[in-house]
Design a protein around this ligand. Structure first.
Ligand code: SF4
Ligand code: SF4
Length: 352
């Protein structure tokens, strides 16, 4: 921790060049919201030098937790998001909840999920668990395309999701760490009851929560969890899926932050799209340098979140591609004006 605190001091005195990759800075132009200024404010808070706590708390919610500053950081072992999420938990304990997150927390308290979903999915048998994330649950097109892929490859899965089954990410983003720990423990119990050997899911954030942040609150789901994209590639490589080719079609792939920057999955979606016959039109900021879609519940301020989303939509539109695709139900939902598809839908359409 001392080493990390020293890094925070280093960050607060750094030339701050990573700000040119920070979508919050790029979309708002606010110096206060750059990674370096956040580090400095966190240090000031640690030393009790801040008078306006609410103003400070507002700043720590002006972050998409996207990891662009981590990718571009001059230190290999520094992730300012760990400090930002810690400050969010302090803000939550002191009763500070950004307005944009209030409704989400209200839904959680009533329904156990961010969107107020009541229906649940609990079907199938098999050694693989298919966890239907809240955003996949809402997007029936992604859900049915994924089911179609699994059926075609004759993979038996235990499918579950909806209702109060949620990885807890929105609670984590809001700083409600007690609530998040409870959700993590609920998920751990559920997965153990299912008795599966591996979990697949369409949502990169669920994977990061269950792999990294559950461990931080002392919870382990005890099995590996992978993106359905990774699983689909395995099925293709094993010859369990064959795909029709498209001709003369180009497409732009938007890298979801967590999938590209945290989970390092860059080539698999591109390989699948090329195998189907698409030519790829890469945006100027792509791969680990792709800017965030803005998310739904990571940024505490609606104007900032929407400005980030518009910026990313414009960057993608610059490719002038006839079609857009991603591998995250949240990105697809947020970047609506592009009529984006999820890669599961593209694979579903190409199944022979
Ligand atoms: S996150 Fe890294 S590169 Fe960015 S200001 Fe801090 S130390 Fe510098
Ligand atoms: S995680 Fe993303 S939004 Fe937050 S400070 Fe770093 S680059 Fe900016």
């Amino acid at each position: 921790m001392k080493k990390q605190l020293n890094r925070l001091i280093d960050c607060s005195m750094c030339p701050n060049m990573c700000k040119f990759s920070c979508p919050v800075y790029l979309a708002t132009g606010s110096e206060t919201f750059t990674p370096q200024k956040k580090a400095r404010l966190i240090l000031y808070r640690e030393k009790n030098l801040l008078e306006d706590n609410d103003g400070f708390f507002d700043t720590v919610f002006q972050c998409a937790l996207c990891g662009s500053c981590v990718v571009n950081c001059q230190y290999d072992d520094f992730d300012i998001r760990d400090f930002i999420t810690n400050e969010r938990s302090i803000a939550f304990e002191k009763g500070f909840v950004p307005p944009l997150m209030e409704k989400v927390l209200e839904n959680f308290n009533k329904f156990g999920n961010p969107s107020g979903e009541r229906e649940t999915i609990d079907k199938g048998e098999g050694e693989i668990g298919f966890f239907v994330s809240c955003n996949t649950f809402k997007d029936k097109s992604i859900l049915s395309a994924t089911e179609k892929i699994l059926n075609k490859a004759h993979v038996d899965v235990k499918e579950f999701g909806g209702g109060d089954i949620c990885c807890g990410a929105p609670l984590f983003f809001a700083g409600d760490m007690d609530g998040f720990k409870k959700k993590a423990e609920q998920m751990e119990k559920l997965i153990k009851e299912k008795g599966v050997k591996r979990i697949i899911t369409n949502c990169p954030t669920c994977i990061k929560m269950m792999k990294k942040h559950y461990a931080e609150v002392g919870v382990s789901i005890g099995v590996d969890i992978v993106h359905t994209l990774t699983f689909t590639k395995e099925l293709i490589d094993e010859g369990k899926l064959s795909l029709k080719k498209v001709e003369n079609k180009s497409i732009t792939y938007h890298d979801p932050c967590i999938l590209a920057k945290d989970l390092d999955i860059l080539e698999i979606p591109r390989t699948i799209l090329k195998n189907i016959g698409y030519s790829l039109r890469e945006p100027a900021y792509t791969g680990k340098d792709a800017h965030c879609c803005g998310g739904k519940t990571k940024v505490g301020d609606r104007n900032t979140r929407d400005a980030i989303s518009s910026m990313r939509e414009n960057e993608l539109k610059e490719t002038k591609a006839p079609e857009y695709v991603s591998a995250c139900p949240t990105c697809k939902d947020v970047l609506k004006s592009l009529q984006m598809k999820d890669i599961a839908e593209i694979v579903g359409e190409a199944l022979e």
